[in-house]
Design a binder for this molecule. Structure first.
Ligand SMILES: CSC[C@H]1O[C@H](OP(=O)(O)O)[C@H](O)[C@@H]1O
Ligand SMILES: Nc1ncnc2[nH]cnc12
Length: 366
């Protein structure tokens, strides 16, 4: 074969190849950097994307915010998207954050969840829809099915920073129901509206959040099944805990990508399997998010989206009087809750022993 043939073949292939439509990481970073770095309105709703969901295509990107919090920088710049609500026609701003970074360079145990949650709250976010690729621990939850979990079992190992309240300010918030039931109801209704159209939804489930980054052993996988676990991931915690501490309504939407390693007739989970199923079901995931954003944008859900039901809960979970906060804690918590330095309800509760819920209602302006 003459020497030049492969070159010519290669060139012929090059010229006849369709134009590249897949963006390189560099191009993507450049495109984001070209967006304005500020957005003047409050953004109430955020989507946190996980494995296989680094962006929300199909929405207009209007800004890319580079925020530094007292807990460091978030996983990625926060993109502000305009979602055109299909019922009202209004443009609703939505924040998008990629949990594992722009190039999936952040491992589950390295995700800066405090910075992520604090940065989202700082731009006004009060409702988070978090996406996650999960392994199924139950036969009836098939790969590509969606699950809206209502419980979580913490199998992380305590190596991830998991609270805003430490170093001199102690608070304990309720976490009996780790997800937001009001948001969950909306998410479930949206998921069901897409059923029959390729979307299969399980209304409830117990999520096991393991440490990783290695997948589980078979013994662990079977143990979790015996505990009643429905699905497993590595990313729900401390994200959900921190959202609760920040008085943000948080609901995770899980998409099953594999049967982990407990099912004898199926191959053990691999990254290839996870990515393959995420990719194959990406259109459904997008339709699901779109439907959820559409519904959350309705005026009828404004109180839920603004997390009115969580407002003031941290004040009542405080164990350390604000007057005792050290300057560093004061600075951090005042960043998270502007005006926290002046919280007086703690004193009120201590002195008068009031019923906390009625105090929240009667002094919501405090
Ligand atoms: C790539 S498989 C393990 C990885 O996938 C899930 O990511 P995410 O929850 O962010 O969608 C899981 O939690 C692990 O981080
Ligand atoms: N089997 C699995 N275990 C933990 N996280 C996962 N994410 C997707 N599949 C998973």
């Amino acid at each position: 074969m003459p020497l030049w043939t492969p070159v010519r073949r290669h060139f012929a292939h090059f010229v006849s190849r369709p134009l590249r439509t897949i963006e390189s990481p560099k191009q993507r970073a450049r495109r984001m950097a070209a967006l304005p770095n500020e957005y003047k309105d409050s953004v109430r709703i955020a989507v946190i994307g996980g494995t296989g969901l680094k962006e929300l295509p199909g929405f207009t990107q209007v800004a890319s915010l580079d925020i530094t919090t007292p807990w460091g920088k978030p996983s990625s710049p926060i993109t502000i998207l305009h979602h055109k609500c299909s019922t009202s026609g209004k443009d609703v701003p939505v924040a998008f954050l990629s949990r594992h970074g722009l190039h999936h360079e952040i491992a589950p145990h390295e995700v800066p969840s405090r910075a992520n949650i604090a940065a989202l709250r700082s731009i006004g976010v009060r409702t988070i829809i978090a996406f996650s690729a999960v392994g199924s621990l139950q036969e009836h939850i098939k790969p590509r099915d969606f699950v809206v979990p209502d419980q979580v079992i913490d199998r992380t190992k305590g190596i991830r920073p998991f609270t805003f309240f430490e170093g001199g300010a102690v608070a304990h918030v309720g976490f009996a129901d780790p997800f937001d039931e009001k948001v969950a109801k909306i998410v479930r209704a949206c998921g069901h509206s897409l059923e029959g159209d390729g979307v299969v939804l399980h209304d409830r489930g117990t999520l096991i959040c393991m440490e990783g980054p290695q997948f589980s052993t078979r013994a662990e996988s079977n143990l979790y099944r015996s505990w009643g676990g429905s699905v497993i991931n590595m990313s729900c915690l401390p994200e959900a805990k921190l959202a609760r501490e920040a008085e943000i309504a948080y609901q995770m939407i899980c998409m099953s990508t594999d049967y982990d390693c407990w099912r004898e007739s199926t191959e053990d989970v691999t990254v290839e399997m996870v990515m393959g199923n995420m990719k194959a079901n990406a259109a459904n995931a997008r339709r699901f998010v779109s439907a959820v954003l559409d519904t959350l944008s309705l005026d009828a859900h404004a109180d839920t989206v603004n997390a009115k039901h969580l407002e003031g809960s941290v004040k009542f979970g405080l164990s350390t009087p604000v007057t005792q906060w050290n300057p560093e804690v004061k600075k951090k918590l005042d960043w998270l809750f502007p005006g926290a330095q002046n919280w007086s309800l703690f004193k009120y509760r201590q002195e008068y022993g009031v019923d906390t819920q009625s105090a929240i209602r009667s002094t919501s302006q405090d």
